[in-house]
Write a protein that binds this ligand. Structure first.
Ligand SMILES: [Zn+2]
Length: 559
């Protein structure tokens, strides 16, 4: 007898094939059969004509810290995701010596969008090596299946300590990091991840350690990964890291290079397509370069106490080093303002915020007397006041004691352009950044948005193709065996959804992080069931959480 039978379903196989009516049986955590009249089961679910698909594989998350205190990696399971890849951009917490724990958390606080207090109260540090980290999360259990990158910034901190964010590594230090990469690959890392991206800074604007690496280091570490005959090199690139340069790394190491974050910038509208063309040209030469794109607009909620979207401007650095009254004095300082205005011109089209003051709006005022300004843009408010937008923005923030909540639509909001990026059959749709930027955004439901918005509503791709891009395509990309398809013998990672209503709900703010810190979260629409390795973890009402988390720490990847 089967453990579970899902009948009256429309089967979406994950390979992009035409959906068909059928039933699916599960036994021992795997798909036992797909067909008609599969016999009896201990539990039967009537799908009532809804679509049954493989669970989503989220290729770009940052649950490394959160999963040590929250094995469910909330809200991922309730958004149809059954497998997460952690350690993206190289922002990991392993390996880590005891002496470097606080340094690691101070590096993560900005990019994760979590307060230092939350990280200090939350992270469990029962490990030092990468292998011990994987063993620890495996022991406490994981909700989704987890594949982990070994992260460059952690390797640098492990070998260089405080110097990791200050200088290039010596030949001996590179050799030590190479040894750690080899160890991590032996322990089951899915690959090696790094970032050269300018907005990636730690506390006080200190660059993330990986940004200090030179060519010899980067090449040496990717080659060390390549010695294992497997592994993917993941990188979030800054403006100085060219695609032709990455092609030389792919050629030398023989390994695929997954390139983030290819997002459309309206101030440089052809830039992203130029990069995609370079990636395609490299593929034609048989180098495995893959463009990681996003199907959601990059929108961030923030206050002037921690305005992430401005922090990649060089002139903003003093503001990252200041707090409280000192920060307010700086915001009022004409010299600071003049330098920021100059940077905004200099970097237009090259940074997260590109002077689109019409897309920067007030969400929530601190002083009720200003209530009428909610929902209005800085562009219109500054124009009405006859002020320069940056001046108006900082003056208003100061008047409200830096407590105004703003929102900025930053990248990827031009639907025609985004449609071209995700309609490309070779592009990898990911970039949820789930587990990071927690106070700024929540795109953990990106997969439901791809199916509901882009496939059903916009018709850019079929639902079957959207599901393929979320399941079998990333499974093949990361070398995940036996996942990402509905086929006998494959893991029973499943999601059941109503194609008429599937989508992601509105984001909302909750205060449930360690130390009571806030984060943004979102619920699904039209999602009726999620199973990980045959265990149901969500229904139409959200998370079901009773037993041991059913996920697996994945270690056995195809080459
Ligand atoms: Zn990332």
């Amino acid at each position: 007898m089967h453990d579970l039978l899902i009948k009256n379903a429309v089967i979406v196989d994950g390979l992009g094939g035409e959906p068909y009516r059928g039933e699916l049986a599960v036994a021992g955590g795997c798909i036992a059969a797909i067909g008609d009249d599969l016999g009896a089961a201990r539990e039967t679910v009537d799908a009532a004509g809804m679509m049954l698909a493989p669970g989503i594989i989220d290729g770009h998350t940052h649950y490394d810290a959160q999963i040590t205190w929250d094995p469910t990696a909330d809200p991922t399971l309730t958004l149809g995701v059954t497998t997460v890849v952690i350690g993206n951009c190289g922002f990991t917490i392993a390996p880590c010596r005891e002496r470097d724990r606080d340094l690691t958390m101070r590096n993560l606080t900005h990019v994760e969008g979590m307060s230092l207090d939350a990280l200090r109260a939350g992270i469990r540090w029962d490990f030092e090596s990468f292998a011990e980290y994987l063993a620890m999360i495996e022991r406490s259990g994981v909700g989704p299946n987890v594949a982990a990158f070994v992260g460059h910034s952690s390797l640098r901190t492990y070998v260089l300590g405080e110097d990791a964010s200050r200088r290039a590594a010596t030949a001996e230090e590179i050799a030590a990091m190479q040894g750690l990469v080899r160890e991590a690959m032996d322990a089951g890392a899915v690959g090696f991840a790094t970032s050269t991206n300018e907005p990636h800074n730690g506390e006080n604007g200190v660059p993330m350690p990986s940004r200090l690496a030179d060519d010899a280091e980067l090449r040496g570490l990717v080659n060390a990964m390549g010695e294992s005959g497997r592994g993917i090199f993941m990188l979030t690139r800054g403006t100085m890291t060219s695609i032709p340069y990455l092609e030389t790394i792919a050629a030398e190491s023989g390994r695929p290079v997954l390139i983030a974050a290819l997002q459309h910038n309206p101030m440089n509208p052809e830039g992203v397509f130029d990069r995609v063309r370079e990636i395609k040209a490299a593929r034609a030469r048989d180098r495995k370069l893959i463009a990681q794109v996003s199907c959601t607009p990059l929108t961030m909620d923030f206050t002037l106490a921690s305005p992430y979207c401005f922090e990649s401007l060089a002139a903003w650095k003093p503001a990252m080093e200041a707090q409280g009254e000192a920060l307010k004095r700086l915001y009022a300082d004409p010299a600071f303002r003049a330098a920021v205005k100059e940077d905004l011109v200099k970097y237009r089209g090259m940074r997260i915020f590109n002077s689109e003051w019409d897309k920067l709006k007030i969400v929530e005022v601190a002083d009720a007397a200003n209530g009428a300004l909610e929902g209005r843009s800085i562009a219109e408010l500054a124009a009405a006041a006859g002020a320069e937008p940056l001046d108006w923005f900082l003056d208003f923030g100061l008047k409200e004691d830096l407590r105004t909540l703003f929102t900025a639509e930053l990248l990827n909001s031009d639907e025609a352009a985004v449609g071209r990026l995700i309609g490309d059959p070779d592009s990898h749709v990911a970039l949820s950044d789930a587990g990071a930027h927690l106070t700024f955004l929540c795109d953990a439901g990106f997969g439901l948005h791809l199916i509901g918005h882009w496939a059903r509503d916009r018709g850019i791709i079929t639902i079957a193709e959207a599901v393929r891009k979320l399941t079998s395509q990333p499974a093949a990309l990361f070398g995940m065996r036996g996942r990402g398809r509905l086929a006998p013998g494959y893991a029973a990672d499943l999601m059941l959804f109503d194609p008429a209503t599937i989508g992601r709900g509105e984001k909302r703010r909750v205060h449930d992080l360690p130390a009571g810190a806030a984060r943004l979260t979102a619920s699904a629409r039209g999602l009726h069931g999620v199973w990980v390795n045959g265990v149901r973890v969500a229904d139409a009402t959200g998370a079901l959480w009773a037993r041991r988390p059913p996920g697996t720490v994945l270690r056995d990847f195809a080459g």
